[in-house]
Design a protein around this ligand. Structure first.
Ligand code: FMN
Length: 329
């Protein structure tokens, strides 16, 4: 069975990737993920705020520093600008496993933190996932400004590193496909669809904001599935599916839609990292049952391009659903 796939120009042994989560803070987990069949691991994000605060600390010390602190700091600045432990994590992860280790850089503005991407590359990351988790609550900010900000940040990161860069994107653009196309043209090597946003709830007893993190369910594959199916075969960059994978069935659906890799976090947090093997074995069993010898035979077979534009993914389908009389739940 040929499960190999290409993602961000990397040759992967199969399409199953552990997405960014705290699971990968532990080298033992990363090793186990590799043993259980993961073909790559994304490290949890390092945030612009972490990086900037460390840069600010150093600048503050420089401002008040005497010659002793300055000489200490000049080497510290040269060696360690940016959170040191994250670079250490990349190095240790790379030394521990043979599969690619993808670092995740999470920020929203084009400032000094972007230089940190270079250090991530030097530490040995195989690729970089760029997560622009941005909530445009400033009412004066237009959609095109938000889009320009994404392009700007990508361009700056691409300029800083030679390793491939994926963009983990929000589904909340007025034209998701066009945004992907612009980032594709600006040099993004791939797209992780989608970033999952975490909205607070309100506790009516205490009148406080509840900031809990709900793990995903399989119904959440629908939005990424739609966009992966719409984009497959129409852009240069690769496509990673992220959200809602709870079993091999969701993995298969994403592959049929046209994903190059399928990522998972919630299922691993729910069932343990050993669940990667369940996904892997389930994927192989499904492909055997379909008498398929390689992923290439099924990838994108249910994409918009493969089915024809009129068929399933556009407005026509919406009208059919509303009038179809088939309700679930
Ligand atoms: C506890 C937890 C921590 C996460 N941390 C990150 C992170 O640091 N950076 C990031 O880009 N995504 C992060 N994510 C999002 C996941 O990578 C993934 O995109 C999301 O959970 C949807 O996939 P799933 O349905 O398989 O869980 C996190 C998710 C969870 C549940």
């Amino acid at each position: 069975m040929d499960l190999t796939t290409r993602y961000l120009g990397l040759n992967l042994k199969n399409p199953l990737v552990a997405s960014a989560s705290p699971l990968a803070l532990d080298i033992g987990n990363i090793r186990q993920l590799e043993d259980m069949g993961a073909s790559a691991v994304v490290l949890p994000s390092i945030f612009e705020e972490d990086i900037d605060s460390e840069i600010e600390d150093i600048e503050r010390l420089m401002a008040v520093g005497n010659s002793e602190t300055l000489s200490y700091l000049s080497s510290a600045v040269a060696d360690n600008v940016g959170p040191k432990h994250y670079l250490g994590l990349i190095r240790r992860a790379r030394a521990a496993v043979d599969i690619p280790v993808i670092a995740s850089l999470n920020g929203t503005s084009r400032t000094g933190w972007i230089d940190y991407a270079r250090q991530i590359e030097e530490a040995g990351a195989s690729a970089l996932e760029l997560n622009v988790y941005f909530l445009p609550t400033d009412l004066s900010l237009s959609g095109s400004e938000v889009e320009a900000r994404h392009i700007d940040i990508l361009a700056a990161v691409k300029q800083a590193v030679a390793i491939p860069v994926a963009v983990k994107l929000s589904p909340f653009f007025s034209s998701v496909g066009h945004m992907v196309q612009r980032l594709d043209q600006a040099g993004a090597d791939g797209f992780v669809l989608f970033n999952r946003f975490y909205q607070p709830d309100i506790d009516l007893e205490d009148l406080t904001l509840v900031r809990d993190l709900k793990l995903s369910n399989k119904g959440e594959i629908r939005l990424p599935l739609l966009w992966i199916a719409s984009l497959a075969g129409r852009i240069k960059g690769s496509l990673a599916a992220s959200s809602g994978v709870q079993s091999a069935a969701e993995v298969m659906k994403y592959l049929f839609a046209g994903a190059d890799v399928v990522m998972t976090t919630s299922a691993l947090l729910r069932h343990g990292v050993g669940f990667m093997k369940t996904l892997h074995d389930g994927l192989v069993a499904d492909l055997i049952a379909r008498e398929v010898n390689s992923l290439a035979e099924i990838r994108g077979r249910m994409s918009r391009t493969a089915l024809g534009a009129q068929e399933a993914y556009d407005r026509v389908n919406y009208i059919r659903i509303l009038r179809g009389g088939k309700y679930i739940g």
